[in-house]
Design a protein around this ligand. Structure first.
Ligand SMILES: CC(C)(COP(=O)(O)OP(=O)(O)OC[C@H]1O[C@@H](n2cnc3c(N)ncnc32)[C@H](O)[C@@H]1OP(=O)(O)O)[C@@H](O)C(=O)NCCC(=O)NCCS
Length: 195
């Protein structure tokens, strides 16, 4: 999922909600949090990924923020101030990245912010264009979802660009669950209203 800087441009007002694949309970954004979703199936193991030269990292240790910025830019996200990225990562609940062993560089990344108990929002889902289409995005997302579910967090949301909806749907995300619509604050609209 995408975070353009600190939402520097209006994101699609599209909130997606996770339907865990195992022990599925549909979560309504405004409802009490169910507590029985604890696991999520992985389509590829860490070992197989490693045999292909990719290592899953679950903390920011060893993550070069300039390299990460490079991946953001390569997929079309705006380049960000590394210091702001560092602060954002400090306030991040869960973080996953894939290191390509040959170069030691990050080639896939995702992170989630949240309250640690009820809710999480996934941001900055990116795969380096040279490594897209080989399952890294799915591998990162599956582990992110699994980690959040294991913490008991089942209200998991993200913003999706329309062209990526087809990537998120098979992972269990639905748009407008039970008619609930996401909204984002838009300074542009606020200014227009005040005219
Ligand atoms: C979207 C993105 C994260 C997907 O990562 P990826 O590593 O290329 O995707 P994967 O190889 O893991 O694909 C997993 C599955 O999703 C499908 N898929 C991937 N991108 C898709 C898309 N844009 N639309 C529909 N399906 C897609 C794949 O075909 C694959 O299907 P399969 O499991 O049936 O084989 C990656 O393309 C990317 O970084 N894009 C640019 C940044 C971006 O748009 N991020 C999301 C912001 S909301």
């Amino acid at each position: 999922m995408l975070l353009r800087g600190i939402i520097s441009s209006p994101l699609p007002s599209l909130r997606l909600q996770l339907k865990p694949k195992l022990k599925t309970r549909n979560v309504v954004v405004s409802s009490q949090t169910p507590t029985n979703a604890t696991s999520y199936p992985l389509s590829i193991s860490d070992e197989v990924l490693e045999s292909r030269g990719f290592v899953l990292r679950r903390s920011a240790d060893g993550l070069n923020l300039d390299d990460l910025n490079g991946v953001f830019v390569a997929v079309g996200f705006p380049k960000r101030d590394p210091e702001k990225i560092r602060v954002a990562l400090e306030h991040t609940e869960s973080l996953l990245w894939v290191e390509y062993l040959r170069t030691r560089r990050p080639v896939a990344f995702a992170r989630a912010t949240g309250d640690g108990v009820f809710n999480a929002i996934i941001w900055d889902v990116v795969v380096d264009p040279s490594f897209q289409g080989v399952g890294l995005g799915k591998a990162v997302m599956e582990r992110m979802i699994s980690e959040l579910l294991e913490k008991g967090i089942v209200n998991i949301a993200l913003y999706s660009e329309p062209r990526v909806l087809g990537f998120y749907r098979p992972l269990g995300f639905v748009a407008d669950p039970d008619g609930i619509r996401g909204m984002v604050y838009s300074r542009k609209n606020k200014k227009n209203k005040n005219k």
